[in-house]
Ligand binder design. Structure first.
Ligand code: GLN
Length: 305
């Protein structure tokens, strides 16, 4: 398997030249655009990695998966989906346009910025610090890594420059979808985007979801089966923003991307996969990561369809 992964990484490394690293904050622009790495954690706890698997990156939008898990566990399906929709979006991840034009003003789904900000406001906790701690705690459990922490420089710049997210959050407050203090919710959201991880952490998180919500290493249930099911359905339909349909066709596994360059993929009942490649395509998805997953899906027959 490791041999295969090595070949697939090298087959696709040249794709990284066709993408661009996120540059909306200087900290992210420092990432190596040619990096490409993968880690697989299967349900028998076998691990395989190749390429630049040691590269540390910020979790960014992949945090939206764990934020949604916590919101569903803390408030239940009914409450969560009374404030955020379950439909894919054909707009960019940070788009604001549908908030005004949709009759309900609800964000389309939990995996665009507007939806994740609403879900952050729903996570248990009296303030942003408690909400952040709740989600970080879940990330640590799912990654089986108690040392995960925030990259402070990324967090600072996210907070300083996150004016589109601020506009989204204030609009949602005006529409009574966010009931809490906007800056407090945003602070938790910015911190959660800035959590630093590796593909090893992310493959474990994916493996828990692939195993129905049970950690393969301890056999402990970390999230309810129903929540696990909902999260996978949304990953499949909305996980790669306006490129989710194409991804379902070419890879066929519930997945979530982030502008740090990670794509996390869940192969139900088989394995968790995480790739990193900071060079992104025009939708904000790792360009090399997508190609690597495509080839692996083909070779290992990973599509659920
Ligand atoms: N920090 C980014 C933002 O809020 C995360 C977006 C992403 O990874 N797509 O805009």
């Amino acid at each position: 398997m490791e041999k295969l992964l090595k070949i697939v990484i090298e087959n696709n490394r040249s794709w990284t030249k066709h993408g661009k690293v996120a540059s909306y904050i200087p900290e992210l622009a420092k990432a190596n655009p040619n990096a490409l790495g993968i880690h697989i954690f299967d349900l028998d706890c076998n691990e395989f990695c190749a390429g630049d698997y040691k590269t540390a990156f910020t979790i960014q939008s992949v945090s939206k998966v764990i934020i949604l898990i916590c919101a569903l566990m803390d408030k239940g399906k009914e409450t969560v989906f009374s404030k955020v929709g379950t439909e894919p979006s054909s707009d960019p991840f940070n788009s604001i346009i549908k908030l005004e034009t949709r009759h309900s003003h609800k964000p389309l789904n939990p995996f665009i910025n507007a939806g994740a900000i609403v879900c952050t406001s729903l996570v248990a906790g009296d303030n942003g610090i408690e909400k952040f701690e709740r989600v970080l705690g879940m990330m640590k459990k799912m990654a089986d890594n108690p040392t995960i922490q925030v990259n402070f420089n990324v967090y600072q710049s996210e907070k300083l420059t996150g004016n589109t997210n601020r506009a989204i959050a204030y609009y949602l407050k005006g529409a009574n979808i966010i009931e809490r203090d906007v800056e407090d919710v945003l602070d938790a959201y910015f911190k959660l985007c800035s959590v630093e991880v590796t593909v090893k952490d992310m493959a474990r998180i994916a493996s828990v979801i692939a195993n129905g919500g049970i950690a393969p290493w301890s056999k402990k249930r970390l999230l309810p089966q129903k929540v696990n099911q909902i999260v996978q359905a949304l990953m499949m339909t909305c996980g790669l923003y306006d490129a989710s349909g194409e991804f379902a066709v070419n890879i066929g596994a519930p997945s979530k991307s982030g502008v740090g360059g990670c794509i996390l993929s869940v192969v139900p009942k088989r394995m968790g996969i995480a790739v990193v490649g900071p060079a992104l395509d025009e939708s904000g998805n790792s360009i090399g990561g997508k190609k690597v997953l495509e080839e692996i899906s083909e070779k290992l027959n990973l599509s659920i369809f």
